[in-house]
Design a binder for this molecule. Structure first.
Ligand code: GRG
Length: 305
């Protein structure tokens, strides 16, 4: 089990309080990032999904790695908010009838169910564009070349080299679940892992991390990213709609390739645990400073939603 080995917690670290405090400042920053303007309906639709809760794992990771390398929360907050804007837009578009066709997300009606498909598409587009503007216009106290590097990383992450590419293959796997594990890993690491990696790496870029640390963080992120989606595959089978805040059992219904489908539930959980172990091992050289990232990795393995 993950909690018996490299992931063992520093007993003085209280993950629950850490997450609660981080969530509170992130919620406030997100609320302030996007005031209602003209035309109000599009801002309302963007805010409806952006402020609908969620674990806020992506901005939490971005702040954590900036701090790990000696930067401050203020340096990383605009990028942390932008990452949550990008994540939210991907959820809005993923839920559309043309893609996963879901009625519920984050415990409430999906954006298109509330505002209609036309506005939901535009709300996603609006959030995506604003994310880039927000990083460029709001980041302070950071070397401009690091801000440019972050913007390039975000573009690479969301495009055909990242989320879009992963989503294309994911859609193609519907009704065709007998794909190879290699293809499934491609889908998972692009559709889900790429954005988690961007969170981890951009925070560290903003904090002026060394290339060696960036490489270690990137390996940490690859491991938690794949584990995160494996657990997502498992929860789709084992959790309820109430626990998930979205419809359960969608992968089976769409006859999709998933880890449990290819390996079974037990082997899938074992694989996720193995990846979390590897992620924690990457953080071991950082001592106490690496503890929050180890704890977050462990949380991913044990999450229930
Ligand atoms: C980014 C340009 C651009 C397009 C998006 C639709 C699409 C292309 C990609 C789909 C990406 C997607 C929805 C991946 C699934 C990732 C995932 C497991 C989401 C759930 O994340 P949680 O559990 O959700 O962190 P909360 O609500 O807690 O934030």
């Amino acid at each position: 089990m993950t909690d018996q080995s490299t992931c063992v917690q520093n007993l003085t670290f209280d993950l629950e309080s850490y997450l609660q405090a981080r969530k509170a400042i992130i919620e406030k920053a997100l609320d302030q990032s996007l005031p209602i303007a003209e035309p109000p309906v599009i801002y309302e639709a963007m805010r409806y999904s952006l402020l609908a809760g969620g674990k806020r794992l992506r901005p939490i990771l971005c702040l954590a790695t900036c701090e790990l390398v000696g930067g401050t929360i203020e340096m990383a907050m605009p990028t942390a908010c932008a990452l949550e804007m990008i994540h939210t837009m991907s959820l809005i578009h993923d839920d559309l009838p043309a893609m996963d066709n879901d009625d519920y997300r984050r415990g409430q009606l999906t954006n298109h169910k509330k505002y209609g498909e036309d506005i939901a598409i535009l709300a996603g587009d609006g959030l995506l564009a604003y994310a880039f503007e927000y990083v460029a216009a709001q980041t302070q106290g950071v070397n401009p070349s690091s801000v440019l590097r972050v913007i390039a990383k975000l573009g690479h992450t969301v495009g055909a080299t990242g989320l879009v590419g992963g989503q294309v293959l994911d859609l193609a796997s519907e009704g065709n679940p007998d794909i190879s594990l290699e293809t499934l890993n491609y889908i998972h690491t692009h559709k889900t892992g790429a954005l988690l990696e961007a969170c981890v790496v951009t925070g560290a870029i903003l904090g002026e991390a060394s290339e060696e640390t960036l490489a270690a963080l990137s390996r940490y992120a690859y491991n938690i990213g794949l584990a995160f989606q494996i657990i997502d595959d498992i929860l789709d089978i084992t959790a309820t709609q109430e626990e998930l805040g979205k419809t359960a059992g969608k992968d089976v219904e769409a006859d999709k390739a998933t880890y449990p489908r290819l390996l079974g539930l037990e082997a899938s959980k074992a694989k996720a645990d193995e990846l979390i172990e590897a992620a924690c091992a990457e953080m071991s050289p950082y001592g106490d400073a690496g503890v929050p990232l180890k704890a977050i990795a462990q949380l991913i393995a044990n999450r229930k939603n």
